[in-house]
Every structure is written in structure tokens, then in C-alpha cells.
Design a protein around this ligand. Structure first.
Ligand SMILES: [Mg+2]
Length: 335
């Protein structure tokens, strides 16, 4: 799921701020189908993947804290993880030594990749207590884009995903969209088909965010019987959470194969790296890495870091033995 999301993120990164017509002009009639340079390299991930990695780091640290201290407020532990990400965006890398845990010591993460303004301002707000919801009215896609790991590793992930998104995004639609996405990931990872999984997740947030419900209904109504060449404009551009959710659902439900789904997601007017990331995460939750060509993994940034983080998560959440491992305690200090 991490690698799939990162592939979609990196595929969309060079075209995040281009219109679809501009993408086709630059890359040809199929649009962008392989990595192109962004942020000075091929396969560069952006803030979507950075923050997803910190969400997973927070989840692992919350599990260790619960095990060793017997008390834990997971949204607070995730908030500290986001505050470490915030340091990578605003501080000099020499500040890494002021923080604990291993992830913040990864030098490549100390890089700005068009971070969301709402995320930055909410994390810069010193009046917001750790673990508390942001006081703003944003429903940008910065909440939904980073909560996939909660869907993968938390039973009934809806509430925690909502709380994790609310740390930076105060609008109910942005919050509930994150809960829906984590729930969708959870259903897909358990083997549910994409649309049935999305419907099940949608049924659990009915009445909480009418804008999200309308957007998802719109996506379901527009799923064509035949392959479609491009995203219907009615689904929006994905800068806001309910549009990103609807676009991701439409792309995976419409495409005949995974790479076509990613192509539909990134070759749009709007937030290509975020929609690519969401689609890639869902594909990864369904299929693992089987659909990702080696050529993508060869060029993708931080593959080794994502594999380490995923192995650590599997050890903690699936095997439980790592909870007692001194090395795990050093890498994920329970506080
Ligand atoms: Mg991004």
C-alpha cells in the first residue's frame, strides 16, 4: 500500500499543477504514463507520501506506547509524528537530532514537496494542544491523503482516521472523507471488491457529511460500462477531500487494470499527485506490489525506507513479538 501510493504520488508529481490539456501537450495523447522529473529527480514522492509515512510511524509508536505504558491517546501520538514531519518542512536538517525515533533521521525526508498550506499552518499553531483538532474550516485533501495506514492496521479505523485528519483540517467533510478512505482501504485489504468496499464504507458515514455522500454518489453514478478515456469533469479536481475521494473511487472502479486506473487519476486538471496516491494506495491494499512494474520501483524514491517501515509495522501489528524488541523501542520510542 505504501509503495502503490508512492508510485501514484510520484507519477502525478510532475503534473500536479498542470491542466489536462497541458499534460497531453507535454507527454502525448496518453498523458503521463511513466515517471518524469520532479523536484530534481525521477520518482520523487511528495508531501502525500511523506505524511503517510509519518502516520504509520505514529501508529507504530502508539502501539508500543500502549503495550509498555498501558496508556495511550493515538491521535496525540500521530500528532507528534506530524509535528516531526513539520520540522522536516521548516527546519534545518541539523535539527533532526532534537527529535527521537529513526524516521526523522532519514535525510531525504527533509525536503519540501509542495506541502499543503493547511497542514503547515495547523501544525505551526502553537495554541493548538497536542492531539486536539485544528480550528479552521478547511476540507482540503491533506487529511484524506495520509490516513491509509490506519485503514490497514486498525480495526474499525473510521474514528481514528477522522481524528488524524482533524489534527489539521477542521471542516467535517475533510474529516469524514478521511474516515471513509481508511474504511475503504480496510474493506479492500480484507478482499472486498472496490465498489462494494466503497459502498460499505459509505454506509457507515451516512448523514455525517452530506457533501461527501453526494460526491461518492456522483462517482458511482458515473462509472461507465465501457473503458473511459478521461475523468468526468463533474467529479471535480481533487483539491478538496470529497472530490479526491470521488475521483479515486471512479478511477479504480472504471479502469480495466491498475496502471490504467493510475493514468486516469493523474492525467487531470487538478491535484494529480494526491489522486494518484489515493488510487495507488487502494490498488496496493488489494493487490500488494504485483501490479507495479520493476521499472517504477527502480526509480521510486525511498523504496528502502518504505520497506523498512512496512516490515516494522507488520512485526508490531501482525506478529506482536516486536513489541518487546529493544531495537523496536529505540526506533519507535514509546515516550
Ligand atoms: Mg503532494
Amino acid at each position: 500500500m505504501l509503495l502503490g501510493g508512492a508510485v501514484g504520488d510520484a507519477l502525478g508529481a510532475p503534473v500536479e499543477f498542470l491542466l489536462r490539456t497541458e499534460i497531453l501537450e507535454r507527454f502525448g495523447p496518453e498523458g503521463i504514463t511513466s515517471f518524469a522529473p520532479a523536484y530534481g529527480r525521477l520518482g520523487a514522492i511528495t508531501d502525500d507520501t511523506q505524511m503517510t509515512l509519518f502516520t504509520l510511524e505514529g501508529l507504530i509508536r502508539a502501539a508500543l506506547r500502549q503495550h509498555h505504558r498501558g496508556i495511550c491517546h493515538p491521535p496525540s501520538v500521530i500528532d507528534y509524528a506530524y509535528r516531526r514531519w513539520f520540522a522536516t518542512q521548516c527546519e534545518d536538517p541539523s535539527k533532526a537530532k532534537d527529535f527521537d525515533g529513526w524516521l526523522i533521521g532519514v535525510p531525504e525526508l527533509w525536503s519540501r514537496r509542495a506541502p499543503g498550506v493547511t497542514c503547515l499552518s495547523a501544525l505551526a499553531d502553537t495554541s493548538r494542544a497536542v492531539g486536539q483538532a485544528a480550528r479552521n474550516d478547511s476540507k482540503g485533501a491533506g487529511g484524506i491523503m495520509r490516513v491509509g495506514p490506519i485503514g490497514l492496521y486498525v480495526n474499525r479505523p473510521f474514528e481514528l482516521a477522522c481524528e488524524a485528519a482533524a489534527l489539521t483540517h477542521g471542516h467535517v467533510t475533510g474529516i469524514v472523507a478521511a474516515g471513509w478512505f481508511a474504511d475503504w482501504i480496510s474493506e479492500v485489504a480484507q478482499g472486498q471488491p472496490f465498489v462494494a468496499a466503497a459502498e460499505a464504507a459509505r454506509s457507515r458515514c451516512l448523514g455525517r457529511a452530506p457533501e461527501l455522500d453526494r460526491a461518492l454518489a456522483g462517482a458511482l453514478a458515473l462509472i461507465p460500462g465501457d473503458p473511459a478515456p478521461e475523468l468526468p469533469r463533474a467529479l471535480g479536481e481533487g483539491w478538496i477531500a470529497e472530490e479526491a475521494a470521488a475521483i479515486a473511487l471512479w478511477c479504480v472502479a472504471t479502469a480495466a487494470d491498475p496502471m490504467t486506473a493510475l493514468g486516469l487519476a493523474v492525467n487531470i486538471d487538478g491535484d494529480s499527485d494526491t489522486t494518484g496516491s489515493l488510487v495507488g494506495q487502494v490498488l496496493g491494499a488489494a493487490y500488494g506490489t504485483s501490479w507495479i512494474a520493476d521499472s517504477f520501483l527502480d526509480d521510486l524514491e525511498l523504496v528502502g525506507i518504505m520497506e523498512i517501515l512496512a516490515k516494522d509495522a507488520e512485526g508490531v501489528f501482525k506478529q506482536r513479538v516486536s513489541l518487546e524488541n529493544p531495537e523496536a523501542l529505540r526506533r519507535y520510542p514509546p515516550g
